[in-house]
Design a protein around this ligand. Structure first.
Ligand SMILES: [Zn+2]
Length: 118
């Protein structure tokens, strides 16, 4: 999917273009201003092409520099919650008290889950 977006073959809400890296709004942002930073070169994850990862992080850093607080996050492998096999960095603006959980934040049991009352 991201290969098609960076090639201009799939629609995307483009926030910024560097020529070799693109920043787009995700379909389901977790916070206002949430963007995905994606290299044009295909890399399955952050570990596959370290120099592509570094370049992508440099672009994410430019966006993060414009924010007072943010998470810059990527995941490798389904066990680490990676869902799209094309490297992408999330830049998520944060505000005090937004209560946005990180992937490793212990999740509360869903309401109605019998385990929640134990
Ligand atoms: Zn790809």
């Amino acid at each position: 999917m991201f290969c098609e977006i960076v090639a201009g073959l799939a629609p995307a809400d483009v926030v910024r273009e560097w020529g070799d890296v693109i920043a787009i709004r995700p379909l389901a942002p977790v916070a206002p201003g949430h963007v995905l930073v994606i290299p044009h070169t295909h890399a399955a994850d952050v570990g596959e092409r370290p120099l592509v990862s570094a370049r992508t992080m440099a672009c994410a850093a430019e966006l993060a520099a414009e924010l007072p607080a943010a998470n810059v996050i990527t995941s490798k492998g389904s066990a680490a919650t990676q869902t799209v096999a094309h490297l992408h960095l999330h830049v998520v603006p944060r505000t005090a008290g937004d209560d946005l959980p990180l992937p490793w934040t212990p999740q509360q049991q869903a309401a109605g889950d019998p385990a929640a009352s134990l």
